[in-house]
Design a protein. Structure first.
Length: 258
């Protein structure tokens, strides 16, 4: 029921306490860093928006029944997308400042992650045998108090259609038309602007769990604490980041590099 906010420069922690006492299952920062959105599980779970500085709740959004698997702000900060647990079967787009669902649809797969495109026109969900592109009609979503159907198109997975896609990130900058995914089995995949999975590379790890994409790099978090970096332009392997020291290690007493 607690969100821990760490300031790494000052090495200080602050906490947001969920007053509903429901377990927090997912969270995401707004693009400007002023807000954090959380999802929770339990009976009638809420999507909550918090002011980071004041650590105060700004919005409480109810639409899901069982639990919220993932949440994300749109890059323009206007919308929040929330995806329910597999049995919840709902994906909602919120105009969170007006506390209304502007678009919604059903999703039958287990969803692990969601990512918005750089221009906020669509977002992508990934999960078990599932990569789907959801498109927002801004002319319709601007109508208050009217929920419109959310248009979804499946990614063309080809021979990787049986994989579990554990994380997804839409491209940035010159690669904004591409979408990157990782599979839990250890593959980094790229979808083109036609939703086609047209290239992939092996991460050389037994498992992959998380993904982060910038204009110049793709970072993949893998098993055993391994983080590998790739180029978003051609999926070329760049480097493996050095692992942090194990807990309790006194760096000053080390005499040999490992």
């Amino acid at each position: 029921c607690v969100v821990v906010l760490l300031n790494p420069r000052k090495n200080k922690q602050q906490h947001i306490f969920n007053s509903s006492r429901k377990a927090v299952t997912t969270l995401s920062f707004s693009p400007d860093g002023k807000y954090v959105v959380t999802g929770e599980c339990g009976h009638m779970p809420a999507v909550r928006v918090w002011d980071v500085t004041e650590r105060a709740q700004m919005a409480e959004l109810h639409e899901h029944k069982y639990g919220v698997a993932c949440v994300a702000f749109s890059p323009n900060g206007k919308y929040i997308v929330s995806v329910g647990f597999q049995h919840d079967m709902t994906v909602c787009v919120w105009n969170w400042k007006k506390n209304v669902v502007v678009a919604a649809n059903k999703v039958s797969s287990k969803v692990c992650a969601v990512s918005f495109s750089a221009d906020s026109s669509y977002f992508v969900t990934s999960g078990n045998r599932h990569v789907k592109f959801w498109y927002l009609d801004h002319n319709k979503t601007n109508k208050v108090n009217a929920t419109v159907p959310l248009l979804g198109r499946s990614g063309l997975l080809g021979e990787l259609r049986t994989n579990c896609f554990s994380d997804v990130a839409c491209g940035r900058g010159k690669r904004s038309s591409s979408t990157f995914c990782i599979t839990s089995s250890g593959l980094l995949c790229e979808f083109n602007d036609r939703r086609l999975l047209d290239k992939w590379v092996e991460l050389r790890a037994s498992q992959a769990t998380c993904l982060c994409v910038t204009e110049d790099f793709i970072f993949c978090g893998c098993s055993d604490g391994t983080v590998r970096a790739f180029s978003p332009f051609n999926l070329e392997f760049l480097c493996t980041l050095p692992r942090p020291h194990t807990l309790g290690t006194d760096v000053e007493n080390m005499t040999k590099a490992r």
